[in-house]
Design a protein around this ligand. Structure first.
Ligand SMILES: [Zn+2]
Ligand SMILES: [Zn+2]
Length: 160
């Protein structure tokens, strides 16, 4: 993992793009945004909403403990990172290999918040499988740039 200081203009710009994406989220649990960048250009963006934007598929209010153990994904909406990856695959499939993903979660007043440790193995696997090279989280230390293999390992090793 490589740390880039908070005042880095490039990272700040794509963090802001992620914030703008997150503001379109309709998840009632948390609003997240993500952009995928290749050669300084945003090639995909995403935010979390119910699958297919189908309102009857909204599960934001259901308790995660209400699902059986076999239901491995207990989150409600399609994740911002999944959406950004699918968007990039549709719009710029030839550019996704080696691209970098940025992610941010908004707080109660739509302000950007710093991330903790990675834990979403759905997105970590997908980012790696599709050929992204880096996954960026804005954390206390600054912009943490993870290699996608490292990000997948860390996600599986998560402890609170
Ligand atoms: Zn939701
Ligand atoms: Zn995820």
């Amino acid at each position: 993992m490589n740390i880039i200081p908070d005042d880095d203009a490039t990272c700040q710009a794509f963090l802001e793009s992620s914030v703008q994406a997150a503001k379109k989220a309709t998840c009632q649990r948390s609003k997240c945004g993500s952009v995928i960048v290749k050669d300084g250009e945003v090639i995909g963006e995403g935010w979390n909403t119910p699958p297919g934007e189908v309102e009857s598929q909204r599960r934001c209010h259901l308790k995660k403990s209400s699902y059986d153990l076999k239901v491995t994904d207990k989150t409600c909406c399609v994740h911002a990172e999944q959406r950004a990856i699918m968007d990039a695959l549709r719009r710029h499939p030839e550019k996704i290999n080696g691209a970098r993903l940025y992610f941010v979660r908004l707080g109660a007043n739509d302000e950007k918040t710093r991330s903790g440790k990675p834990y979403c193995t759905i997105c970590s696997k997908m980012a790696l499988d599709v050929g992204l090279s880096e996954f960026v989280l804005w954390r206390e230390e600054g912009f943490c740039v993870f290699d996608t293999q490292e990000y997948n390992d860390l996600s599986y090793e998560y402890t609170p």
